[in-house]
Design a protein around this ligand. Sequence first.
Ligand code: AMP
Length: 394
Amino acid sequence: MLISELDLNNKKVLVRVDFNVPMNENLKVADNTRIKSSLKTILYIIKNGGTCILISHMGRPNGYEEKLSLKNIVEEFEMLLNKKITFLDDCIGDKIKKACQESQKGDVVLLENLRFYPEEEAGDVNFARGLSTLGDVYINDAFGTAHRNHASTGILPTFFKGKKGMGLLLSKEVDAIEKVLKNGTPPILSIIGGAKVSSKIEILKNLTNVVDDLIIGGGMAYTFVKANGGEIGNSLCEEAFLDEAQKILLLAKGKNVKVHLPQDVIVSEKLSNAAITDTVNIYNIPRTMEGVDIGPLSIKKFNKIILNSKTILWNGPLGVFEMSNFQNGTKQVALSIANATKLGAFSLVGGGDSISAIKLFGMGDKFSYISTGGGAMLESIQGKVLPGIKAVLN
Ligand code: AMP
C-alpha cells in the first residue's frame, strides 16, 4: 500500500527511515542527503494528523557505541525539519513504549539506533514484536536498507496487516526503477561502469532482458576486451571471469542487445595524476600501461548512443574519476546523460560511485532521478524483489 491509502489521523506512525548518514570526526552530520530525503514523509504524516515514531540504524555497531548514537544527528535533523523533536535513548522496552504512547499528535519522536541490538540484523521475531507495540501503523521509507531482511524491515511489517505501506521516498525509488525495468520507453540504454565485473554479473545478465543498448565502461571493460582476444596490458582484469564475460556477450547477442565497449582509452603507467599518459585502441594497450579512462572516440560514440536513448540507467564511473586527469570520460558521459534528460529522456543514476562523481562535477540536479540506496538499487536492477518492499506489499 501507499502511505496515501492509510488513515493516519490520531495514529502513532512507526516509520523505518534511513538515517545512516556519514558523520565527521566531530560527530556532526557530513552529508545530510538521507535526512532531507525523509522529510516529505514526515511532514505528510504530521499534516495528516499522525505522530511520527522514527526508527533507523546507523553504521555497524557492536553493542552500544556512543559515536553511532542517533542523538548525534538530532541537531541537524531539527534544523532541516524546522521543529523540535524528542530523542529517546533506547528503541525498545516499557520505558520507550510509555514515552511513545504519551507523545502527541504532530510530535516527531526519534528512537535510538536499532543496531545497538544484534536482534535487528538477525531478523529476530521477538525484537520485531517488541517494536510493533510502539505504533498503530507501519511505514517503510528506508530504501537504502530495503534489500536487508532485518527485524525492522522484513519482520516488523508482518505485525501490521492492512496497516502498513511505503513512504513517499520508498515509493518514488520503486517508481523510478520500474520506469526503467518495467515500463521504460525504448530505446533503453544502460551504462555500467566501475571496477569489477564480478560484482555486476547478475546486473548485466538481468539488463540483457530489458535494454536495447548496453555500454560497458570503467575498469570492468578490460575483462570483456581480453575475453574478446584483446591486449590489455596492465589494465584491471578478473581472469576468473573471462568465461563469464564471454557468456554475457553471447547472452546479449542472443537477445539483440547491442553491447558497446570503449574503442579508445587513456592509458597510464601508474594510477597517478603525474604519470605519463597516452591514448590508444582498447584492443592494443602497451604491456606497461593500464587503461584509466575512456578516450575521445569512445566519448563521441557514447554521446551519440546516449542522445538517441529515451530511457537511461547509469551505474558506475567510466574511469578513475577520483583523479582529475582520468575523470574526463565520466564527466562527458554525465554531461551527455544530462543533455538527453533535457531533451526528454528519463534518466536514473544510482550506486555510490556514480553519485560521488556527479556531486564532484556539481551535476546533482541534472538527472530525472538519483537513487539514494546503493546496495538496494543494485539488487533491484538485478531483478530481485527486495525484502523490505515485499513485506509492505502483502
Ligand atoms: P565500483 O565500486 O565497482 O562501482 O567501482 C568504482 C571504482 O571503479 C571507482 O573507485 C573508480 O576509480 C574505479 N575505476 C573505474 N574505472 C577504472 C579503471 N579503468 N581502472 C581502475 N579503476 C577504475
